[in-house]
Ligand binder design. Structure first.
Ligand SMILES: Nc1ncnc2c1ncn2[C@@H]1O[C@H](COP(=O)(O)OP(=O)(O)OP(=O)(O)O)[C@@H](O)[C@H]1O
Length: 259
């Protein structure tokens, strides 16, 4: 019998994180992100889910005094994204992020999507047009906006704005996409659209998603990590975590005994 193993796209190795002033928010987290799979981070408020996610694209660099220890290694090139000398801007092109609240720039739909490409130095209109179209299609928004690309992004609905943010993140061809509670500000229909889109994106990239919604984690993810007070308590196949977790703490959380 041939066993096919899924390659690892990235992994944190003994990752610790300290907020300015010393708050030890992540405690030695070692965890893989499998290639073209969705990994969900769950756990009660304040357990470190967003902190972990934000390490991947060096968001914490934007505030002085924060400190990482350990590594986040991307494969196959073995780049430690936290290493000195690694350009955080380039990391954010490879590992892009979608936030909880849709946060389009005060620009046109077109310019929102073209933004990262322009930062990269792309000036050729033909290339920009093609890439914008491809990203809008990838975010399942093209049909709704193809005739109004010069409209202000703020004129879109909340769900459309979130798909625009996904298109903006897709435009630079990232290898990993981080989603921080991407549907918590959306209605159920927009939520279903984003979940479907995430399932489709899995065909081309690796996803790490923070969610408070355990049904959502169970619906969309392949792997689930349960965190508590900065520790990784349990990590495994989503089916196993939700039906037969190994740790009592995980079971208590997913059955709603606390949190
Ligand atoms: N900017 C900050 N400065 C100092 N401490 C912070 C900062 N942001 C978060 N923390 C602390 O780090 C810990 C982890 O917070 P984090 O936001 O990562 O948790 P979370 O699991 O994502 O929570 P939530 O589900 O509420 O978003 C908490 O103790 C929190 O108070």
């Amino acid at each position: 019998m041939v066993t096919v193993t899924t390659p690892i796209k990235a992994e944190s190795r003994n990752l610790n994180f300290f907020y300015n002033g010393g708050n030890h928010a992540l405690k030695g987290i070692t965890m893989p992100l499998y290639d073209k799979k969705i990994t969900a981070l769950i756990g009660p408020s304040g357990c470190g889910k967003s902190t972990y996610l934000r390490c991947f694209n060096r968001m914490h660099d934007l505030y002085p005094g924060n400190r990482y220890e350990g590594q986040i290694v991307m494969h196959p090139d073995n780049t430690n994204v936290l290493a000195d000398g690694v350009d955080a801007i380039e990391v954010r092109m490879r590992i892009s992020m979608v936030f909880q609240k849709p946060n389009p720039f005060p620009k046109s739909i077109y310019e929102n999507v073209a933004y990262g490409l322009r930062v990269r130095g792309e000036t050729n209109k033909r290339v920009l047009d093609d890439k914008v179209e491809e990203a809008l299609k990838g975010a399942a928004l093209w049909n709704e906006v193809k005739d109004r690309q010069q409209d202000l992004a703020f004129n879109l609905s909340g769900g459309q704005q979130q798909r625009l943010c996904i298109a903006r993140a897709l435009a630079t061809d990232p290898e990993i996409m981080l989603f921080d509670e991407p549907t918590s500000a959306l209605d159920p229909i927009a939520t279903a659209n984003i979940e479907e889109l995430m399932s489709e994106l899995r065909n081309k990239l690796t996803i790490l998603v923070v969610t408070h919604n355990m049904q959502q984690a169970a619906r969309i993810s392949d792997y689930t990590a349960y965190m508590y007070l900065g520790d990784l308590i349990e990590y495994g196949d989503t089916d196993k975590i939700f039906t037969n977790p190994s740790r009592k703490e995980t079971e208590d959380y997913i059955t709603g005994k606390f949190g």
